[in-house]
Design a protein around this ligand. Structure first.
Ligand code: SAM
Length: 355
């Protein structure tokens, strides 16, 4: 067997399958997806074995909306003896390149998490054995491929490797964040994660600095505004609901009880536009693209709330609308990233800026 194994949030397997099918075919690579509802992963089987590695290299991870992680899957081991799991895994890695890191993982589901102890336990002896066999560098090396062992049962694991330029550097592809005790809503974690995922760390000082002006559409009770205020920004919070009082007391927030679709900012120097309004994705996409294309803000971060079905198609439709707005405004170059973040549920987060 050879394919691409992708991790996702439980319940989004079909969306990953649709996306990988679509994007792999654009690279002239064909195959079929094996999905199990609520399994938290998808295996895309390639008709040609060598294509698994091509996909792991070339199917740009950063552009995949619904996948948290991917690797070229080379073997499926079933019926591993309980007394020796290391042996069969070692044999499966025989043809692998020298890897710089081992990750023994599981799906982010209730069943999957029950395997976490086993994964931790097996990591140490497996790492030692792989080093002895020259399949793993003596010290972790982030320039070399990552060796993945993905357990789905105590005796069943998918084995393969990913490339450091095209994978998530995070265990399980998940960015875990601590909920700040004084934040007004759990939504705050979504914007925090979005900033960390989409804005390179070395650019935070410039693009997320104190003193910048921001507009938050659909701001109440203030989880997103909290992230902006925490970074020292001044925020116009647009919503008819009620804002968290402690946030208002910072003096950094101007409350604007207006319709986010009609709102005109009181100042011209808006850097960030953020938006978490519960609205049709096409409508939000058009609004956001208009702001960026007309130079009413420098960067936009927004959520697209997704329908229950055809979520991949819905995201693609919204991205096409953004492209059309940019064309109408004769914008030649812009940066657009969309991701189903760990803290997202039935929504994806999109980042848009000129450049
Ligand atoms: C998911 S909540 C926002 C949560 C917020 N981001 C937070 O972190 O606390 C959506 C908000 O959008 C607001 N909203 C929906 N449609 C709106 C519109 N047309 N104009 C302004 N606000 C709107 C709702 O009143 C609601 O408070």
């Amino acid at each position: 067997m050879a394919g691409l194994l992708l991790y996702c949030r439980s319940g989004f397997e079909n969306d990953v399958a649709n996306e990988v099918q679509d994007k792999a075919s654009r690279l002239d690579i064909f195959g079929y997806s094996q999905t199990h509802t609520n399994s938290g992963f998808v295996l895309f089987n390639c008709y040609q074995e060598e294509h698994a590695e091509v996909l792991a290299n070339k199917l740009a991870f950063a552009n995949l909306v619904f996948a948290r992680q991917l690797f070229a899957c080379k073997h499926l081991i079933e019926g591993m003896p309980v007394t020796d799991r290391v042996g069969p895994i070692l044999s499966a890695c025989e043809e692998f390149p020298l890897c710089g890191e081992l990750r023994v993982e599981y799906a982010d589901t209730t069943d999957g998490r029950e395997l976490s102890k086993l994964c931790r336990k097996i990591s140490v002896p497996l790492r030692q054995a792989l080093r002895k066999k020259n399949k793993l560098t003596n010290k972790d090396n982030n320039k070399k491929p990552v060796l993945h062992v993905f357990f789905t049962k105590t005796d069943k694991a998918y084995i393969g490797y990913s490339f450091p330029h095209n994978n998530s550097s995070l265990p399980l592809g998940i960015l875990r964040l601590k909920f700040p005790h004084d934040a007004p809503s759990r939504s705050t974690l979504k914007l925090d994660e979005a900033f960390q995922v989409f804005i390179p760390k070395q650019e935070h000082d410039e693009r997320l600095q104190g003193g910048l002006h921001a507009v938050d559409l659909g701001a109440c009770p203030g989880g997103w505004t909290y992230q902006l205020v925490k970074r020292g920004m001044f925020v116009q919070a647009v919503d008819n609901g009620s804002m968290d009082e402690a946030l208002m007391e910072t003096g950094q927030v101007t409350y604007c009880p207006e319709d986010g679709f009609k709102f005109q900012p009181k100042r011209k120097n808006i850097y960030w536009l953020v938006c978490d309004m519960i609205e049709q994705p096409q409508r939000v996409a058009k609004l956001m693209a208009g702001w960026v294309a007309e130079g009413r803000c420098k960067e936009a971060m927004f959520n697209l709330k997704l329908p229950m079905k055809k979520r991949y198609e819905s995201v693609q439709g919204a991205l096409v609308i953004i492209d059309e707005v940019m064309k109408v405004h004769q914008v030649k170059s812009y940066l657009l990233q969309a991701k189903h973040l760990y803290h997202n549920r039935e929504e994806v987060t999109v980042h848009l800026r000129l450049g």
